[in-house]
Design a protein around this ligand. Structure first.
Ligand code: SAH
Length: 377
């Protein structure tokens, strides 16, 4: 049994001492709403409308190089960019696979922390998977990020900038066979988004505000994935946001979930599902139940039946994820026939179920493995 991770007492509290001590990055315009940017620009002795101009370059045109902001006086551009657009993400490595339709970016942050983001192009949409923390404190034993522990929370702008940067990659037409406009964002990279609650919610607001305030994505196209921090799920339901909640369940019974998702020792399956159904009821959004299929661990027919009974008649969809084995792990993905039987039983129980595609496996999909490989080297 894995030991209980340090759980925040309120959704806003940082987890563990490391997050409290770690240095946050310099302030960036994406940390602030438009009114905040206007007040800051005025403080810097410039007319407030410069905030809109800068924001339009960053969010509207996806331009961050001050040289290209020719509607601003040259001296002002440099000074404002220095104050409001500091470089937050330093690219360490970019990798592509699936004929260029999947791209993964590894970033080094100002304090040396590594995080990653993944862009996935489809014929009808482009999705980016972004990180909310450097590392993660949730200690799920099958997840590479969980093994290293938490370094620190990302700032709002560090979260937003991953999407803005990859929206620029998409706009350049680099993603073959996909539309040029970023449309979907999933918080399924490194970290537990609801353990960095206030910054993640602010990032969602920036991603969804229309330009020049934000990136103009639809709230319905944002998915927040969580281990199941019950008070934070309940608080998210109060935010008046129509984002999709994804719950990393991975087991229908407390005995096994206590091990696979250690936060279950604090909030049990029944409690977390209760919060999920409240979320679905409040937002009208179907909850996505994430279930990594782990050979001989959680893939037995009786567990499919138990899961089916828990979910039948609920506003839920099951997303089975073939386990992506992490280096040195004792676990493997379920064999395909076992997976098919699991799907069959869930559907028989009336539960809508799909198996997630395994995009980006060759470049170590979005499970913290690229950053882990970089640290190891
Ligand atoms: N902390 C959030 C986001 C994490 S990553 C959460 O737990 O929901 C998004 C999903 O990938 C989660 O469901 C997580 O459990 C799953 N995941 C992590 N490592 C995995 C692996 N090695 N194979 C398959 N899925 C994995």
């Amino acid at each position: 049994m894995t030991s209980l991770p340090v759980i925040p007492t309120s959704p806003d509290a940082p987890i563990g001492g490391a997050a409290r001590r770690a240095a946050m990055p310099p302030r960036h315009l994406a940390d602030l709403d438009l009114a905040g940017r206007q007040a800051l620009v005025a403080e810097l002795g410039e007319p407030a409308f410069r905030a809109k101009q800068l924001s339009n370059h960053y969010f509207g045109r996806l331009v961050r190089d001050p040289e290209q902001m020719t509607d601003l006086p040259a001296a002002t551009r440099a000074r404002l960019a220095e104050q409001l657009l500091p470089r937050l993400l330093n690219p360490v490595r970019e990798m592509a696979c699936d004929d260029g339709a999947t791209r993964k970016a590894l970033w080094r942050l100002h304090d040396g922390s590594l995080v990653e983001s993944v862009l996935m192009g489809y014929p009808d949409r482009i999705t980016v998977c972004i990180s909310s923390q450097a590392g993660c404190g949730m200690a799920c034993p099958f997840c590479a990020t969980g093994q290293a522990g938490l370094t620190r929370n990302l700032s709002t702008a560090e979260i937003v900038d991953q999407a803005v940067y990859l929206a620029g990659v998409a706009a350049s037409g680099a993603v073959a066979g996909a539309p040029p406009r970023l449309s979907h964002v999933v918080f399924m990279g490194m970290g537990e988004p609801l353990a960095n609650y206030a910054r993640v919610v602010a990032a969602i607001r920036r991603l969804c505000a229309p330009a020049p305030e934000g990136l103009g994505l639809s709230q319905r196209h944002i998915t927040v994935s969580t281990v199941g921090l019950v008070p934070a799920i309940r608080r998210l339901a109060d935010e008046d946001l129509s984002v999709t909640l994804a719950l990393s369940l991975h087991a229908p019974d407390d005995d096994l979930r206590d091990e696979l998702v250690p936060v279950n020792q604090r909030w049990k399956v029944a409690e977390v599902l209760d919060a999920a159904w409240d979320y679905a009821g409040r937002t009208g959004r179907r909850v996505s139940i994430e279930y990594a299929m782990i050979r001989d661990v959680n893939d037995q027919p009786w567990r499919a039946d138990l899961l089916g009974r828990l979910l039948a008649g609920r506003l839920a969809h099951v997303n089975l994820i073939p386990l992506n084995p992490t280096p040195g792990s004792r676990w493997d993905a379920s064999p395909k026939p076992v997976e098919r039987e699991f799907v069959r039983r869930l559907r028989e129980a009336g539960v809508s179920t799909t198996v997630r595609d395994t995009r980006g496996r060759e470049i170590d999909g979005a499970c913290g493995q690229l950053a882990a490989a970089e640290v190891a080297s």
